[in-house]
Design a binder for this molecule. Structure first.
Ligand code: ADP
Ligand code: ZN
Length: 195
């Protein structure tokens, strides 16, 4: 079989935690692999203590990925023959990732990214608003609200079992942190988010 020609594009998969973003990213990348396309997979590495070298879905599915911490680290892994590029946890990159992705599209690549559209404060997350605006295709997934079982668009941060406060530090030393999918009614935060 000869690998099919691809159309350069940006696909964005977004939604709250547990909505199946990684699952959907893995599904699309596996299909590209079956089509014999040359695929490169990346995942944002949040800190230098853990280099997680795979995209992992909460359903247990794994796909090997190159961990990187900045947009510039991605480019040396992209070759002329690379056709499809997947990036997980794209919300953690700074805005430079937008330029890097635009350059990849200009070089004829199909780019598929997955990321949280909103943070736990329900604020648009990092580069996501721009990526969503420039995307050729957007998939907004929903999880199931752990409180009431309806569709969940938001991510609830819990610290020692209680809803996190708006101004809590991102890293709380010694605290037990947990994240849940919640609907608009069940999402709790002490300051009213804009949306
Ligand atoms: P994401 O990348 O959006 O965090 P994952 O692909 O990692 O999502 O996980 C999706 C999987 O998580 C689902 O297929 C399901 O098996 C599991 N899951 C666990 N909790 C929930 C929930 N509250 N709502 C939906 N799926 C959930
Ligand atoms: Zn709910």
């Amino acid at each position: 079989m000869i690998a099919p020609l691809i159309k350069s594009s940006l696909e964005v998969i977004c939604g709250p935690m547990f909505s199946g973003k990684s699952e959907e990213l893995i599904r699309r990348l596996r299909r590209a692999h079956y089509a014999k396309l040359s695929v490169a997979v990346f995942k944002h590495q949040l800190d230098d203590r853990t280099a997680i070298d795979h995209v992992a879905s909460h359903n247990g599915t794994l796909l090997a990925a190159q961990p990187i911490r900045s947009a510039h680290e991605l480019e040396p892994f992209i070759f002329g023959e690379t056709q499809v590029i997947g990036i997980d946890e794209v919300q953690f990159f700074d805005l430079e990732i937008i330029n890097v992705i635009c350059k990849l599209i200009a070089r004829g690549k199909r780019v598929i990214v997955a990321g949280l559209d909103l943070d736990f404060k329900r604020r648009p997350f990092g580069p996501m608003p721009t990526l969503l605006a420039i995307a050729d295709e957007v998939t907004k997934l929903k999880a199931i609200c752990l409180e009431c079982g309806t569709d969940a668009h938001f991510t609830q941060r819990l610290v020692d079992g209680a809803p996190a406060q708006y101004h809590d530090p991102v890293v709380m030393v010694g605290a037990q942190e947990q994240y849940q999918a919640r609907c608009r009614n069940c999402h709790r935060i002490d300051l009213q988010p804009p949306f």
